[in-house]
Design a binder for this molecule. Structure first.
Ligand code: FAD
Length: 453
């Protein structure tokens, strides 16, 4: 029997980039048993689940409708220390897991660049980490999940019991229902540290040859690009590769930092000259011959978490992130075109992130494909939509796809071309949620549910 309905609050929520904003009726169930009541209480504007709101755009927004906040569903329910099998609620965060399990020699196998995401959010975007070549994406480690669907029934879904619903939920941006609880396989790590190798890359060519020769074979790898560099230095940056440090490796304090950004910085602080100076310093920080050292896993995996609320650095107008993946065969030409467009716009991107991805994900809307992914941040200036449009075109011209977790501007036509399994998703959604109760601003923008008004 469903438990008591939740009190509702009218909230103004935004994506992490603080550009997409929505007014919504929000409910925050305290327990799994209360989520169905929150679903029934939702009005005609439909409902969407929201974790920690780290998706940059409108994936977890539902203007004029309802939102179910999952952060109180944060209980660890069972753990098998022989196999690493974890049973927990969907509002548990990667940060919680690292806190509890890293001291015991276990880690979530897939960690995005911030630990402040819920497992429900990680599943709904089928997130990837700095080790995608080796371990795939988040859904590859999910053994089962409990899904509250539009009819109010809870279904336990495994990749074998209902492959279509599994694929519609992994990467499915919350449109198949609300993930309440899941079974995740954790991975053993020998120590809470990595042996990190940092090397300067003088250009994009250097990056591409390092990716082809050694970065894909490393346990973790990620590159930071100076997105303002042009000409012969286009694509210059730092490549980081890391291996687990042996048991007993001591590291300095590796807790998350709590240095807050207390207010919105004036937009003028992050002008092109300031960012160029920062990028130059970042590049020179690593000696010309490279360096190797042990650092904590947390610091390596989640460098931005040291500064809480860093999204305020871009000022009150917020910022945009663009992330795409290009197939290997098109990567060189496509990345060059993307970096040239970004540098030419002088849109003052901080360090861009470049990584390899190993292959397709399990979800109909999973982002990864075998290739190279590039992520760029820039302030939300009036010309930002034009730049995003140009980047979308270049991505399409090179057979790539844009990541929905980061997106706030993709066109429905571009989306349909980038995600060839969209019709499979639509068929499952039409069957499991015929009235389209699960809705979001992103789903409307990308016209995912064409079958419902
Ligand atoms: C600094 C930073 C670095 C990042 N780095 C990476 C990275 O390296 N790799 C990567 O893949 N991503 C990365 N991301 C993106 C982030 O991992 C995803 O957006 C993730 O989904 C956010 O989780 P959340 O709990 O905040 O979800 P939200 O942002 O609240 O929601 C995201 C989506 O998940 C859905 N959802 C949330 N909970 C549930 C649930 N219980 N049931 C069903 N649907 C649900 C929402 O409806 C929405 O569609 C990064 C984000 C930030 C801010």
């Amino acid at each position: 029997m469903a438990e008591r309905p939740q009190g509702a609050a009218l909230l103004r929520l935004s994506g992490w980039g603080r550009v997409a904003v929505a007014e919504t009726t929000a409910r925050r169930p305290e327990r799994i048993g209360e989520v169905a009541s929150a679903l029934w209480a939702a009005g005609p504007g439909g409902v969407i689940a929201r974790g920690l709101g780290r998706a940059y755009g409108d994936a977890a927004l539902n203007q004029g409708g309802d939102t179910i906040l999952t952060e109180r569903l944060d209980r660890l329910l069972a753990f098998d220390a022989a196999t690493g099998a974890l049973d927990c609620e969907a509002g548990v965060t990667i940060d919680d897991l690292v806190d509890v399990f890293l001291p015991r020699g276990w880690m979530p196998p897939v960690c995005p660049g911030t630990a402040f995401v819920t497992l429900g959010g990680a599943l709904a975007n089928d997130v990837h980490g700095k080790n995608h070549d080796r371990v795939g994406s988040f859904a590859d480690h999910v053994r089962w999940f409990d899904l509250l669907a539009a009819d109010g029934a809870v279904r336990r879904v495994t990749p074998d019991s209902d492959p279509a619903l599994f694929a519609a939920t992994c990467g499915g941006i919350g449109l198949s229902g609300i993930v309440l609880r899941l079974g995740l396989a954790l991975e053993r790590v020998p120590s809470p540290a990595v042996r990190l190798r940092e090397e300067r890359m003088a250009s994009l060519d250097d990056f591409l040859s390092a990716f082809a020769t050694r970065a894909r074979a490393a346990t973790w790898s990620v590159g930071w690009i100076d997105a303002l560099a042009r000409g012969g230095s286009l694509g210059r940056g730092i490549l980081e590769t890391a291996e687990p440090a042996p048991a007993g490796t001591a590291v300095a304090r590796d807790r998350r930092g709590a240095l807050p950004v207390p207010f919105d910085l004036p937009g003028s602080v992050l002008n092109a000259a300031g960012v160029a100076a920062f990028n130059e310093l970042y590049f020179r920080r690593v000696p010309a011959g490279g360096r190797e050292r042990s650092v904590g896993l947390r610091r390596f995996l989640f460098p931005l978490d040291a500064l809480s609320g860093w999204n305020r650095l871009y000022g009150s107008r917020g910022f945009r992130q663009f992330q795409c993946v290009l197939p290997d065969a098109e990567a060189e030409k496509g990345l060059r075109a993307l970096l040239e467009a970004a540098a030419q716009s002088r849109a003052a991107s901080f360090l861009a992130v470049i990584k390899t991805l190993g292959g397709d994900g399990r979800g109909f809307l999973s982002f990864p494909m075998r290739g190279i992914t590039l992520a760029l941040d820039f302030p939300n200036r009036p010309d930002a939509p034009d730049l995003l449009h140009r980047l979308e075109r270049i991505t399409l011209d090179h057979g790539g796809r844009i990541y929905l977790a980061k997106d706030s501007a993709l066109s429905p036509e571009g989306f349909a071309r980038m995600y060839p399994r969209l019709d499979e998703l639509r068929r499952v959604l039409a069957a499991v949620d015929p009235q389209g109760r699960f809705r979001s601003d992103m789903a409307r923008r990308l016209r995912i549910r064409e079958d419902v008004a």
